[in-house]
Write a protein that binds this ligand. Structure first.
Ligand code: UD2
Ligand code: MN
Length: 536
């Protein structure tokens, strides 16, 4: 092969060389920050740090701002990958928005880019301050970054959230590609080139690195394992929560080279590269989304529906501190997250929005009260770009998803007429999980959907169904067997709602009954009101 056609290592040299590393230093090589006995003052510092940022800032403050992440443990295919000098890789502006970020994590993010991104491709790093209140992020930060000469600080005059902050960065960006990053990241060697190379190949690709966890307790970076075959991608549930799942088995088996991108229905949204002109073409962000949340799903649906693609590039690895909860409060509490989600549902999801409104009551209220602002500009955008509808997205981009009825056959609280009690199950350890048996409740009720496939689905979770195991009287709540490509419900979960309001299970031929307060199946008898159920 003609090597002259590829960038040399020399040409891809970073802006700043890492200073010599002490392998014994705290957290060196991406290793965990060591445990030791803390003095009372140190303990206080640690607790205060946690309260402020929801990660171990005490540890972060003691780890070098220049720490390297040790040996490059990516898959050999990634290490072999070369990048063609013609047409060449585009330049990029790295945009990092922050609100009251700790000094050490913010600056480690900055240095990590300066130590790893090829200088020839890195136009600048733009730090956008979403009106932080912490002192260290004011003149001290301005003075510090001046010596780094390609780093600039921009400031939003008031706190409006990460969406408008990112847009402010975009306004100022001079690079051909925009690369977004959270303010608590660390880049693995060679992370940038594969992202840019994919955009050269596909200008309408929105590409994410593989996000590695930096532990919020000990700041250990989970390094890529070259033998690890399982990849994850982004998904969503009908509450419009983002999540991760393994890629489908067939897709995994078809992978022949690690450099190949992974198509993903949705992305986490914090770390990605996109061509600047494509970002403008595809409608940037919904500027009326506030503070935090929802912009990643909005962008995922929009890009796919309007002709682009979202991918994870497994050879590009960037670490991110995942926290257990949001460290900052938002004006008006969490209602603004719901408002952001309603905005995206109203623009991109067509009538499937009703499934979302059923799973999230607060969203339903926001919708009914029409308190999500004006979305007409975003709808115009959808029209102008001649985007596909949501049904197309579900069929083509996420066929593994469970697609709920837009309007179930019946929907409501299920009341047992004889006992005047309702079907009711509780969360287990704060999660919706199968429960082996439950009582009929006289005080509280849960909403159920009687679906077109004759299942009784717990509306709020969407994935749990009333289940009658053969040969067992007690009825359980179990994972619905019908999901994604599986198109038939299991007979244990099929219930025929009869003319006289009985629910007859197909597998056992028995009827849903309340006996001694417990929900069971029993032989159907025509005159028994403890087998009569009304949807309220
Ligand atoms: C994830 C994304 C994040 C964003 C968010 C949903 C990753 C790794 N992270 O949440 O980028 O898409 O989902 O909106 O994909 N910030 C502000 N102003 C605010 C709140 C946050 O500037 O009012 C900054 C914050 O300092 C950080 C970035 O926005 O740099 C993302 O916030 P986060 O780290 O709290 O969000 P995360 O990682 O939980
Ligand atoms: Mn983050």
């Amino acid at each position: 092969m003609n090597r002259a056609g590829f960038y040399t290592e020399e040409e891809l040299k970073p802006h700043l060389q890492r200073p010599p590393q002490d392998p014994g230093a705290p957290g060196a090589g991406g290793k965990p920050f060591g445990k030791r006995r803390l003095s009372p003052e140190e303990r206080k510092e640690k607790i205060d740090g946690f309260n402020k940022t929801q990660f171990n800032q005490f540890a972060s403050d003691r780890i070098s701002l220049h720490r390297d992440l040790g040996e490059d443990t990516r898959h050999p295919d990634c290490l072999k990958q070369r990048f063609q000098r013609c047409p060449g890789l585009p330049t990029t502006s790295v945009i990092i928005v922050f609100y009251n970020e700790a000094w050490s994590t913010l600056l480690r993010t900055v240095y990590s880019v300066l130590h790893s991104a090829p200088a020839a491709l890195l136009t600048e790093i733009l730090l956008v301050d979403d009106a932080s209140t912490e002192d260290h992020l004011k003149t001290r930060l301005d003075d510090f970054v001046r010596q780094l000469n390609i780093v600039r600080v921009l400031r939003q005059p008031e706190r409006k959230g990460l969406i408008t902050a990112r847009l402010m960065g975009v306004q100022a960006a001079q690079g051909e590609v925009l690369t977004f990053m959270d303010s608590h990241c660390e880049c693995f060697p060679g992370w940038l080139e594969p992202l840019l190379a994919r955009i050269v190949e596909r200008p309408a690709a929105v590409v994410s690195p593989r996000i590695s966890t930096i532990d919020h307790n000990d700041l250990k970076l989970k390094k890529p394992d070259p033998n690890w075959l399982y990849h994850v991608r982004g998904n969503f549930n009908w509450k419009l929560q983002f999540g991760w799942e393994l890629i489908p088995e067939e897709e995994r088996k078809e992978r022949t080279n690690e450099t190949h991108p992974i198509r993903t229905p949705t992305f986490a949204g914090g770390l990605f590269s996109i061509s600047k002109s494509y970002f403008q073409h595809i409608g940037t962000y919904d500027e009326q989304m506030e503070f935090w949340g929802g912009e990643n799903l909005e962008m995922s649906f929009r890009v796919w529906q309007c002709g682009g693609q979202i991918e994870i590039i497994p050879c590009s690895v960037v670490g991110h501190i995942f926290r257990l909860k949001n460290p900052h409060s938002f004006p008006r509490g969490n209602t603004m997250i719901t408002r952001n989600l309603v905005r995206l549902a109203e623009v991109w999801m067509d009538d499937y929005k009703f499934a979302f409104y059923r799973s999230r009551r607060q969203a339903n209220l926001t919708f009914l009260q029409n308190s999500y602002g004006d979305v007409s500009e975003r709808r115009k955008l959808r029209k102008r770009l001649k985007c596909q509808n949501f049904s197309w997205y579900l069929r083509n981009i996420y066929p593994e998803a469970y697609v709920p009825d837009i309007r179930p056959v019946k929907y409501g609280k299920l009341l047992n007429v004889a006992w005047k009690c309702y079907l009711y199950v509780k969360k287990t350890k704060n999660k919706w999980k199968p429960v082996p048996e439950f009582k009929c409740n006289t005080a509280a009720a849960q909403y159920f959907e009687y679906t077109s496939r004759k299942e009784l689905r717990l509306s709020i979770s969407n994935l749990l169904c009333l289940h009658a195991t053969r040969g067992r009287a007690r009825v359980s709540l179990d994972f619905c067997r019908l999901k994604g490509r599986v198109t038939a419900a299991a007979p244990e979960q099929v219930w025929i709602y009869t003319e006289n309001n009985k629910l007859k299970n197909t597998s056992s031929g028995k009827c849903l009954t309340v006996s001694q307060g417990t929900v069971i199946v029993a032989a159907c008898k025509s005159n028994q009101v403890n087998q009569t159920w009304d949807f309220l």
